[in-house]
Design a protein around this ligand. Sequence first.
Ligand code: SF4
Length: 211
Amino acid sequence: MPRPVLLHSCCAPCSSAILEWLLQHDYAPTIFYFNPNIFPQEEYLVRKNECQRYAAKLGVPFVDGDYDHALWREAVKGLENEPERGARCRVCFGVRMLATARTAKRLGIESFTTTLAGSRWKRLEQIREAAEEAARLTPGTAYWDMNWRKGGLQQRRGELLKEEGFYNQLWCGCEFSMGHLALRPIEEIPVYAREFVLKLGGKPKEEEPQS
Ligand code: SF4
């Protein structure tokens, strides 16, 4: 009998190799998509739709969490200027892990884990601390502390990214992780995020010379 697990998913590319591994190892994953940190909302919808489409392709149940960016902003208030991998990210993980643990409980799934633990850009100990705290606050649930970077899953993620033609995001999620986009040519930025990036100091596209 496959073992049920609730997989908090940040996006389709990060979920792909983990889902494949779970299905090959006799697990019955359910995806929980809950990422109110993502800005702007258009980017959130692109990432969510991609993940939902892939879940449907694999026949994996998909649970859609709410998107309330204003509430997320409240949670990280005062930490806006923290660098990536700093205190704001710890709070961000806390918000997402608590919702995941509560959803696991509601669905009667004891074990939960997260694709965040597969990203080499994030601090694993922050994710673990946030997830274990969420499990403590939600009796009847347990965090499955898997390091999803190992076992060749990073490489497989890259292969699936190409095979599936996934949308590959340029920033972690929140508006405070978008600063580096100002250094990229504006035409590489999704249309819905350009105005924001220009305000950060991005360079408008040069006009084509008229012939
Ligand atoms: S940089 Fe990423 S992990 Fe950190 S607060 Fe922003 S969205 Fe969350």
